[in-house]
Every structure is written in structure tokens, then in C-alpha cells.
Design a protein around this ligand. Structure first.
Ligand SMILES: [Zn+2]
Length: 110
């Protein structure tokens, strides 16, 4: 007979959650994240940056404004990776970059 049991609940992991709508505040958030990883305040960080999505909705996925935001976030991610490296945390940190959806330049309504 198969015994069904509830999954074990993982222990609570201290987390950082942040919403940042400018590159400056996003970089500052990453500085805080690196510091908190270094002193074990947080083990997981969720950082949200909406401007690539915002520009894509406003101007389209292929617009220069959207491309500029992609370049901006690329630079901020490089800043974060350098911060991790400078604090000897690069090899012990996983970075996952996700999007809430894709985008197409299709002009037809779906
Ligand atoms: Zn969107």
C-alpha cells in the first residue's frame, strides 16, 4: 500500500525582496544583497526591475528605447557579478534571470 504523506516543509530561508525602477536603486539593492550574503543575513534575494518590460509595452520589443533598457540591465548585472567576485561570492552564488513573458512585434491582435 502506498502511503501518502505531506511533503516536508523546507526551513524558512531569510530572503530579500526588492522592487527597483531605476538603475541606481537597482545597483544599490545589489550592493545590499552582496553585503547580506556576505554576513549571512539573507540566503536568497529576489530583485525586480520593470523597465525593460515597460519600454517593450510602450515602444515595442524592437524599439531603441527597449534596447537601451536591455543594455542598462546588462550593465547592472555585470556590476552585480563583479560585486560578487570582489567579495569572493561568485562561485557560491547562483544567479537566475527570468522574465514574466516574452514579446513579439506582431501588429495583429491575438
Ligand atoms: Zn509585460
Amino acid at each position: 500500500m502506498v502511503s501518502l504523506s505531506r511533503p516536508r516543509i523546507a526551513r524558512h530561508i531569510p530572503t530579500y525582496n526588492g522592487y527597483h525602477d531605476t538603475p541606481d536603486t537597482l545597483e544599490a539593492a545589489f550592493v545590499d544583497v552582496v553585503e547580506s550574503f556576505e554576513n549571512d543575513t539573507f540566503e536568497v534575494a529576489f530583485v525586480y526591475y520593470p523597465r525593460v518590460d515597460n519600454m517593450g509595452h510602450k515602444f515595442g520589443p524592437d524599439a531603441p528605447e527597449t534596447f537601451d533598457e536591455v543594455k542598462t540591465i546588462d550593465g547592472v548585472i555585470k556590476f552585480f557579478l563583479d560585486e560578487l567576485d570582489n567579495h569572493d561570492l561568485a562561485s557560491s552564488t547562483n544567479l537566475v534571470v527570468v522574465s514574466d513573458h516574452g514579446m513579439s512585434s506582431n501588429k495583429d491582435k491575438v
